[in-house]
Design a protein around this ligand. Structure first.
Ligand SMILES: Nc1nc2c([nH]c(=O)n2[C@@H]2O[C@H](COP(=O)(O)OP(=O)(O)OP(=O)(O)O)[C@@H](O)[C@H]2O)c(=O)[nH]1
Ligand SMILES: [Mg+2]
Length: 323
């Protein structure tokens, strides 16, 4: 089935306290009665950014000062196919309100899950909660050096998601390392500062091991992704996977992954034989996937903006984030 995608511009509007603005869709509209990120259809002759500006003024009375691309989500409802072009808006003037009579709310990010949204919105909610830089640990000689490196990265590089990847270890030793690292103070809940959340600790392992450890997040290699039969065995927790091409991205979306890495974008010392996708191909692939994507391979924090312009959530890196 190839049905024309209805191009929609929508905004995750965030105020200075980190609250996000939602509106309720009128009952008589498509996906009526559910909550939404304000926005609407891109009209002929308009760019998505122009449509966003117009819709936000019409629907909620604010003037957008700057809008940054967050995620694009192609989604097929039984009765309609949409391409949601979602921006992050934190600079605007005016006071947001329901200018079309719709119910509205400013919501804490951690409470977003309790609002019913259209099914297409799942990846947007994930994109809102995930950071834009993901550290993948290099292979470490000892638990001590691994933990020290993680702490340094979190403190100096403002990394707030860490993937523990130690393919040289047995499952038994990996479990011990994971449990020690998880217990460290940097992974315990907030340190008292407003809005500061503990970094997300992701284990790169089998799903079975992640389940045994009750890990909050697991990252699967592409071969593990391909043999995954059901998302529900890891229900309620973060599931991600390594992808290198369209086929793997499709599998990740179909199986219900929350996000993925896409690699290698550039030439990288950790996988010297892999031929890089380059930004153009990586952006093409990102545009067709509904999921938040971390670009990976020869990248550093400086590539964050380029990655976002290419439709990604941000970047993942090993050496560039490890001091
Ligand atoms: N604005 C918005 N639309 C969404 C979201 N999620 C989602 O699936 N959609 C779908 O995207 C389409 C957006 O259309 P819309 O109804 O907002 O369009 P509009 O403002 O131009 O309204 P109109 O049709 O009354 O002119 C709808 O089919 C809606 O169900 C969301 O978070 N925000
Ligand atoms: Mg609308």
């Amino acid at each position: 089935m190839t049905r024309k995608l209805v191009h929609v511009a929508a905004a995750v509007i965030e105020d200075s306290n980190g609250l996000v603005f939602l509106a309720k869709r009128p009952d008589d509209k498509h996906q009526g009665g559910l909550w939404e990120f304000p926005g609407g259809k891109v009209e002929i002759g308009e760019t998505a950014a122009e449509a966003l500006k117009r819709e936000l003024l019409e629907e909620i009375g604010i003037t957008v000062k700057s809008a940054k691309p967050l995620i694009t989500v192609p989604y097929h409802y039984p009765d309609k196919s949409v391409l949601l072009d979602v921006y992050h808006v934190s600079e605007f003037s005016g006071e947001a309100w329901g200018a079309e009579g719709q119910q509205t709310a400013w919501v804490d990010k951690k409470d977003l899950d309790s609002y019913p949204f259209p099914a297409a919105n799942r990846p947007i909610l994930n994109a809102v909660l995930l950071p834009d830089v993901l550290l993948i640990t290099p292979e470490c000689d000892s638990l001590e050096s691994c933990l020290l490196g993680i702490k340094k990265a979190v403190q100096t590089n403002k990394v707030s998601a860490v993937m523990l990847r130690q393919p040289q270890l047995s499952d038994m030793v990996l479990s011990q390392w994971f449990q020690s690292i998880r217990q460290d103070r940097i992974f315990s809940m907030d340190d008292g500062k407003a809005g500061k959340r503990a970094p997300l600790l992701i284990i790169n392992s089998s799903l079975e091991l992640a389940n045994q450890l009750e890990a909050p997040a697991v990252h699967l290699s592409s071969s593990r992704l391909k043999s995954l039969t059901s998302r529900s065995v890891f229900a309620g927790r973060w599931l991600s996977a390594s992808c290198h091409n369209q086929e793997e991205l499709d599998i990740a979306a179909q199986t219900g992954c929350d996000f993925v890495t896409l690699s290698p974008v550039q030439k990288t010392n950790s996988h010297p034989l892999a031929s890089p996708l380059g930004w153009g191909k990586a952006a093409d692939l990102a545009g067709q996937s509904p999921l938040p994507i971390y670009m990976l391979g020869g990248l550093s924090s400086q590539d964050r903006e380029q990655a976002k312009k290419s439709g990604a959530q941000g970047i993942a890196a090993i050496s560039a984030l490890w001091t």
